[in-house]
Design a protein around this ligand. Structure first.
Ligand code: HPA
Ligand code: ZN
Length: 338
């Protein structure tokens, strides 16, 4: 094994921005489509795999919706979640906060059906793989009509200790944060933790909206903050955590292949960043690979280690649990690098 690869693979890690559906590979969705008699917009597995060669963000969302259309049975989610725990354990990701695209769920299942299926996946996953995952269902902005039902599901799951918060994903352009102000206000009142994708494809105004209208506690992606100096200063002064996913941005052509990723400029501007894989199977990446990518762009080991520590510090864990993980992480570092 390449030495640098083994360092980042073995390093105990924390991930805060990863989607369960996006962590599922094309072949699994194809098999689920066969099992559930879902017609995909392709004629073969090879064509389906080729469909995952994303030309832009809108194409990605089109594929994501087609992939999610195969998840017709609650037990499909149990299966995906168990597989997700295996993947995180294999990557040495000890703690994860993961998104579930809830706008699809509320169209297909009762709250009871889907909550039981998710809980079962969590119980099997925890027992078999001994890593911790907490779940944040998100509203797809391009299905705003689902927001009330998603909120209802999330509150019920929160009361049953299955979910910890509410997120917002999907198409950013044309679906501004302001559409979700009331939903987020109610979620906050119920005690849910609040996050939102913003500044991925849309500009700084989308991030301002997420901060000032939704009161989001962390920003997903956020790379377009660099368009607005005042916003960069605001994010730095308030130390608002930003979940950066470099591979995702390259894959969806939001950053040009020959450019270094803007996370360099974000970190140098004093922003509180973390590294994430977003949709690892769909983007043919892994969290290990994302650390390697940044190492190849000049980030030092110390800087990458700090990004990993930032993830624990800006997670929604209790202070005691953060302390527990930080101790494990520091012990690994002391034993291997000091
Ligand atoms: N952006 C918005 N929605 C998403 C993403 C993303 O990167 N991944 C999965 N759903
Ligand atoms: Zn995402």
């Amino acid at each position: 094994m390449n030495k640098l690869y083994s360092i980042f693979k073995n390093m105990p890690k924390c991930e805060l921005h990863v989607h369960i559906e996006g962590a599922t590979d094309a072949e699994t969705f194809y098999k689920l489509a066969e099992k559930n008699n879902v017609t995909l917009p392709v004629n073969s597995l090879q064509e389906w795999k080729d469909f995952f060669d994303f030309s832009n963000f809108d194409h990605f969302i089109e594929v994501y919706i087609a992939a999610a259309s195969t998840l017709l049975k609650p037990e499909d989610y149990t299966y995906l979640i168990e597989a997700f725990y295996k993947h995180q354990a294999n990557e040495n990701i000890l703690y994860t906060e993961a998104f579930l695209s809830a706008s699809f769920m509320v169209e297909r299942f009762s709250n009871d059906e889907i909550l039981n299926a998710i809980k079962k996946g969590m119980e099997i996953g925890e027992k078999k793989y001994q890593v911790e995952v907490q779940f944040i269902p998100d509203i797809a902005r391009n299905f705003p009509e689902t927001k009330g039902r998603v909120l209802n599901l999330v509150i019920e799951g929160f009361k049953k200790d299955i979910f910890i918060g509410l997120g917002l994903g999907g198409l950013e352009n044309g679906f501004p944060p302001e559409l979700f102000t009331e939903t987020y206000k109610k979620a906050k009142k119920e005690g849910l933790r609040i996050v939102a994708h913003a500044g991925e494809t849309d500009g700084a105004k989308s991030i301002w909206g997420a901060l000032l209208k939704l009161n989001t506690e962390r920003i997903g992606h956020g790379i377009r903050c660099l368009d607005d100096e005042k916003l960069v200063k605001y994010l730095a002064d308030k130390q608002i955590p930003i979940e950066v996913s470099p591979g995702s941005n390259y894959c969806l052509s939001l950053v040009e292949p020959e450019e270094n990723h803007p996370i360099r400029q974000m970190v140098d501007s004093g922003l509180l960043c973390t590294v994430n894989s977003d949709d690892p199977a769909m983007f043919s990446t892994s969290l290990t690979n994302e650390y390697l990518r940044l190492a190849s762009q000049g980030f030092s080991f110390e800087e990458l280690w700090q990004l990993n520590i930032n993830a624990i510090k800006t997670s929604f864990l209790s202070p005691e649990a953060k302390h527990k993980y930080l101790k494990i992480f520091e012990e690994f570092k002391a034993n291997n690098f000091e």
